[in-house]
Structures are given as structure tokens and as C-alpha cells.
Design a protein around this ligand. Sequence first.
Ligand code: DC
Length: 231
Amino acid sequence: MPIPDIIIAIDGYSSTGKSSFAKLIAKELGFLYLDSGALYRGVTLYAVENSMIDDRNEVDVKALAGGLPGLDLHFENGPGGSLTYMGARCIEKEIRSLAISRKVSPIATLPSVREYVDAKLRELGRRKRVVIDGRDIGSTVFPDAELKIFMTAAPEVRAMRRMKEMQAKGEDVKFEDVLDNVRERDYIDSHREASPLAKADDAIVLDNSGMTLDDQMVWIRQVIAEKFGTE
Ligand code: DC
């Protein structure tokens, strides 16, 4: 039986490999992959370029909220998958920079920004057959998503993965510092006022501490087969 028209929500802690997993599931099922973090990053780039956030991460909330209705962030298909665009401009590379990563947290806590991103995601999700990753997709944005996964892994395992990623980019980092950062981000993500990271009651927990991406695909195929009676 083919897979029905569903929404798959993948939430969880940072550095659990949500986006790699979500992309692979989307590819296998022929679904659209939506990266909610990319939209928060796109809004952050917009705020930076329009001097709406300063060096101390103080945000001109009013100016930003005023600009959001005219901000065209969307995804387009590129050679390596979906790419993030601001109007006609591809911003995929800029939004992954360290400068944006450092500013995205305060931007993502603003209710006006969360409303903007949620509205975009709901519009894109209306067609179903999407895999969306984030922090609050199953709990807030799509509480009726047919399949919700909540990803977690031991902080030490996530810190090791992150350290390897950073070292591959030529950054010289100490394990203890990366581990501290992982713990700090867990705390901020789980304790912020607007839409904190939270497991939806009906989400299935995936602790991938000892799993490869292949192991996770075997796991999800089984979950989907059991839940939707597909082969
Ligand atoms: O997944 P990411 O690192 O690209 O996310 C960027 C930021 O956006 C991160 O600080 C958490 C935030 N975010 C969020 O608050 N809610 C989401 N649904 C997705 C991301």
C-alpha cells in the first residue's frame, strides 16, 4: 500500500541529526522537506541586513515586526535538495554562517517572528506529504501531524558529533567547551517562553545515541509500516 498523504514532524534537541534524518525520509517517500530552522535563520539575516539587531543582540522588535509582512522567504529546489530564498536571492549559504547562528536564538524567541514562521509552514504544509523538522512542529505548528518523532541523544554524543563537524570546517575546539554549549542550548531551547522545545504527548521518542543514519532509516520504515500498514 502506498503511503497516505501525511505530515511528518521531527522535533528534538540540537545536534541530534534532525535535518539529515528528515531529508532522507523525504527523499525516500518522495515528500517535500521543510527546514523550519532555515526560516528563523532567514528572518535573522533580514534583521542583520536591515540593522534591526545590534552587536549585543538587542532587537528592534517593532521595526522587525513591521517588515515581516513584506518579507518573502521560501524554498526552491536546487541540485542538492531544497534551498532557502529571500525574494529572488538564494540565501542558503549566508544563513548557515556563524554570524547568523549566533543571532538566531534571540530572534527565534520573538512571538511576531514565531507567528510569521508558523504561518509560512502551515501554508506549505496544507498540501501534506511533507517532512518538517524543528523544535515545536509536533507540539505547536502541526499538532495534528499524523506522525511525530522526537529526537534525543546523550549530550556527550551530540557534543562529539558537533566537535567533529566543527573540526571538519577547520575550527579548533575543545570537547568540554562544545559540551557546555550543547547543555546551554538545551536549557535555552527548553526554557524559553515562546513555544519551547517540548515533546508532543503523541510523539515517538528516538534516542539515536548509538545509531547510524542507516539504523534510523530501518527504524522509521518499521514505524511507518506499523502505523500506516504500508510495506
Ligand atoms: O535547527 P537550526 O539550528 O537551523 O535552528 C535555528 C534556530 O531556530 C535555533 O536557535 C532554534 C530555532 N528554531 C526554533 O525555535 N523553532 C523551530 N521550529 C526551529 C528552529
